[in-house]
Design a protein around this ligand. Structure first.
Ligand SMILES: O=C[C@H](O)COP(=O)(O)O
Length: 172
């Protein structure tokens, strides 16, 4: 890493989030030592689905502490959560010091929806960020996510989004 303006985001325990907290802490420390400004972690879905919210909270808090002030995003894998579970996962992330909740890993469970983003934003208020990712592939999708409450997008189609925006501007 070089350059004061560089932004490095490292994803840890990807894509399942199912390992020991100690391993996540080591990965988070290594990410920060390597120059990461942000650390994305995957929520332990199995523990969450088993109702072990204490474990989830301690897992996130441990990574947040290991990140030493750098932003931590919690990837929720929203497509396999019910609406209630989505709300609970967002609340746990908020209360555990996460800086963002994020829709998904992008591995196999679909992606962002307006409904999910609305639930996420409604739950966390404006205390932390909401990142919409997965299937945000054009300007219309991007706008819908922002209108639903996302303040960051993850996409593999930035050029299509910008081109779409430029097209809209030209028509005005
Ligand atoms: O955060 C990045 C996204 O998961 C990429 O997903 P996408 O290929 O559907 O744009």
């Amino acid at each position: 890493m070089d350059g004061a303006n560089s932004l490095a985001i490292l994803v840890i325990v990807f894509p399942l989030g199912a390992t020991f907290t100690e391993v996540k802490v080591l990965e988070a420390r290594a990410a920060i030592a390597s120059g990461a400004c942000e650390v994305d972690m995957v929520m332990n879905i199995g523990a969450f689905k088993s109702g072990d919210e204490l474990f989830i909270a301690e897992d996130i808090v441990s990574v947040v502490n290991a990140a030493s002030g750098s932003l931590v995003k919690v990837i929720l894998e929203i497509l396999i959560l019910s609406k209630n579970e989505t709300g609970r996962a967002c609340l746990l992330s908020l209360e555990s010091g996460a800086a963002f909740v994020k829709i998904c890993t992008g591995f196999g469970y679909g992606g962002a929806s307006v409904e999910a983003v609305k639930i996420m934003r409604r739950t966390v208020g404006f205390d932390i960020g909401v990142k919409a990712n997965g299937g945000v592939l054009n300007y219309k999708d991007a706008l819908a996510m922002i209108e639903a409450g996302a303040n960051r997008l993850g996409t593999s189609a930035p050029v299509a989004i910008i081109s779409g925006q430029m097209g809209e501007e030209c028509q005005k």
